[in-house]
Design a protein around this ligand. Structure first.
Ligand code: NAX
Length: 328
């Protein structure tokens, strides 16, 4: 009998968690043989709503789901955690400056980093979804010095999935025929969705599309602004697709990538592709035995270099702002 693992979801009463929790309980992320205990963290005023989520989880009647622990206390939530989805964050309210948003979130991710450091397993895998995801992941790992830096990642998988789907639509193929599209940099509108190394049915995407202007302009902008387009239509931000992407990210990290395929994850930069060290930057990675490696030596043309530098600059600015908030 495999022992259950503790899986934390923060923002557990929110809309992304609502779609994510089913995937976790059904075994689509940690596999059909891995029982789980769900530790659900939210803020005190959401505890009533969270009770409703707990009832629904119970009513799923899924055998892999062992215990469900709803709590507003990070010490309880992160106890012996093997995996953590940090979804909860302070949302941007009307009239809020970027710095105010960063300030509120830096404080949340400092507290959660400290709790991970104290209570979680030392090999816990932490996926930050809550925005600004890259910088939140950086802050969180900073406050969890006893956990290796490579155990903290930020989600750009939704952007990758959007890019893959957009290329499949353009080429008129099934979505899984498109592989190895890359998201570079920040999960923000400066991200660079890069189709130049992608393949369709094993052949290069640029040749199949045969329209570099479309790839450089329309495609890039569509993916950068896809989140805003969903909000405009749905009056709420992406949730079903975000939850699916969070599941994809953690499953690949847990189980590994397929031979010849890579995925994009925000990871602490080691200076690969001449990007600044010490920011959480989205790179293409391969994963084996729970460890990722940044794919090396992909040719970067002048156009791509400009895009990479722009998103790196934004991440460096966020890091400066985050540290200045922490100094206050
Ligand atoms: P919701 O507002 O529906 O839910 C957020 C939940 O987090 C709420 O229940 C709230 O009470 C809780 N929360 C706030 N502070 C908390 C704290 N300190 N500890 C625990 N819980 C806390 O938002 P939802 O749509 O679920 O989005 C969650 C986050 O994901 C947002 O920051 C959003 O911007 C971000 N996203 C990130 C994406 C990515 O690709 N990285 C894409 C989707 C999404 O926009």
């Amino acid at each position: 009998m495999t022992e259950p693992i503790n899986v934390v979801v923060t923002g557990a009463a929110g809309q992304i968690a609502y779609s994510l929790l089913y995937q976790l309980a059904a075994g689509s992320v940690f596999g059909p043989d891995q029982p789980i205990n769900l530790h659900l963290l939210d803020i005190p005023m959401m505890m009533d709503v969270l009770q409703g989520v707990v009832m629904e989880l119970q009513d799923l009647a899924l055998p892999l789901l062992r215990q469900v622990v709803p709590t507003a206390d990070p010490a309880v939530a992160f106890k012996d955690a093997a995996a953590a989805f940090l979804v909860g964050a302070m949302p941007r309210k009307q009239g809020m400056e970027r710095r105010d948003l960063l300030s509120a979130n830096v404080k949340i991710f400092k507290i959660q980093g400290e709790a991970l450091d104290k209570y979680a397993r030392k090999n816990v895998k932490v996926l930050v979804v809550g925005n600004p995801a890259n910088t939140n992941a950086l802050i969180c790992s900073h406050y969890a010095p006893s956990i290796p830096k490579e155990n903290f990642t930020a989600m750009t998988r939704l952007d990758q999935n959007r890019a893959q789907a957009a290329l499949a639509t353009r080429l008129g193929v099934q979505v899984d025929k498109v592989q190895n599209v890359i998201i570079w940099g920040n999960h923000s509108s400066t991200q660079f969705p890069d189709a130049f190394h992608a393949t369709v049915n094993g052949k290069p995407v640029p040749a199949a599309v045969n329209d570099d202007a479309w790839l450089n302009e329309v495609f890039v902008e569509t993916i950068q602004k896809r989140g805003a387009a969903v909000i405009a239509a749905r009056k709420m931000s992406s949730a079903m697709s975000a939850a699916k992407a969070a599941g994809d990210h953690m499953r690949d990290w847990w189980m590994g990538t397929k031979p010849g395929q890579w995925v994009s994850m925000g990871v602490l930069s080691d200076g690969s592709y001449e990007m600044p060290k010490g920011v959480v930057f989205s790179f293409p990675v391969t994963i084996n035995n729970g460890k990722f490696e940044i794919v090396q030596n992909l040719p970067i043309n002048e156009f791509a270099r400009g895009k990479l530098n722009a998103t790196a600059k934004e991440l460096e600015e966020e890091r400066v702002d985050a540290h200045s908030v922490l100094m206050e």
